[in-house]
Design a protein around this ligand. Sequence first.
Ligand SMILES: C[S@@+](CC[C@H](N)C(=O)[O-])C[C@H]1O[C@@H](n2cnc3c(N)ncnc32)[C@H](O)[C@@H]1O
Length: 379
Amino acid sequence: MLPDAESTLEHTASSFRSTLPHTEPPYRSRAWGHGLHSLSSYQGKLKPSLAHWLVRHFTDPGDRVLDPLGGVGTVAFEASLLGRTAFSCDLSPFASAVARAKLDPPRCSELMHELDAFAEDLASISLRESDYAAAEFGLNARVRDYFHEETLAEVLKARRILLGSDHSRPRNFIKACLLHILHGNRPYALSRVSHPITPFSPTGPFEYRSLMERLRTRCERLMSLQWPEEFVPGTSWHSDFREIPNLLSEPVNAIICSPPFPGMRFDRPNWLRMWFCGWMENDFHETSRGFLERQQGRTFEVYSEFFQVCRDVSTIGSPVILHVGGSKAYDMTEKLTAIGSRYLHHCSTIIENVENVEKHGIKDKGTTSEHILLVFERR
Ligand SMILES: C[S@@+](CC[C@H](N)C(=O)[O-])C[C@H]1O[C@@H](n2cnc3c(N)ncnc32)[C@H](O)[C@@H]1O
């Protein structure tokens, strides 16, 4: 007998739990995934193989898949690669620019043309005092401590050219590439020796590192990647998730996301890239208050608005899947399950590495696993 409509998602969740396909070779390798996933480093990025299997297992080709807390677009990009229509939303100007570059990449010829135009813009712009004043800002060290003075001048010019988010597709791709090469510990980076994810205080000599040279190398490398025929370009919004009902023209068939882990922030560990996108000191104090990671520190009730949006923008029967991780995953899971159940039907809690799925509760609290999937259904 075919399962009735109510139990279909529970069956799907159950088969995911029993196979955990992303943990099998070749998917369990950290390196698995399309090369564009590495477009820019991002703390808290989901493993591409988990995103891949969540999309592949819980949705069908042609479905509309939304990640309302999309980060650098891992889930949405996997959805695009698998022939779904993908939507990603993030309040971070940095993360949403990177997601957009993955979901809507330019053609090679378009990008090469735009690189020339960008080089011309860079050569023709003059720096102002306000640009240098912006380089006095910093959290671990000042911006200007990261770069040789000539590289700094190029970074400041590029920053001014790229402020805002209404760029053309190829120019946004250039911005995403620059965000990645801004800091790191290898020769591709523009900074002195730092770290690719978090801009730890720089060390080593002040060497001139040409921005255009490194940018071209990065763009050329990414343009040599192969694309699956099924790829469907997607959409990335730089927005609060609360705006999604106004941004979507039709409801979606699935929502897959990972909320911020408790105690984690995405603005401060990314401060140099956020600065490049225009953030200054006040934004880290004030603008950041709009982010869930700060709001959930006061009360998890903020997820009431989140689940309401998920319910309002999805079709009946849609899975709404939350990946919860981090050291306080269990506390968060209990709270999210309770709040989510006010708006959606809680189908399953899948605990990775534990032979266990519980309906309406978590069985083994003593486990050390930190990866939990909450599966809800829009009814
Ligand atoms: C754990 S990260 C998601 C990472 C993502 N799965 C990826 O692979 O890149 C959570 C994201 O929620 C975003 N976020 C927090 N508050 C938000 C809000 N109010 N609206 C939209 N995005 C928000 C953060 O900027 C952060 O990128």
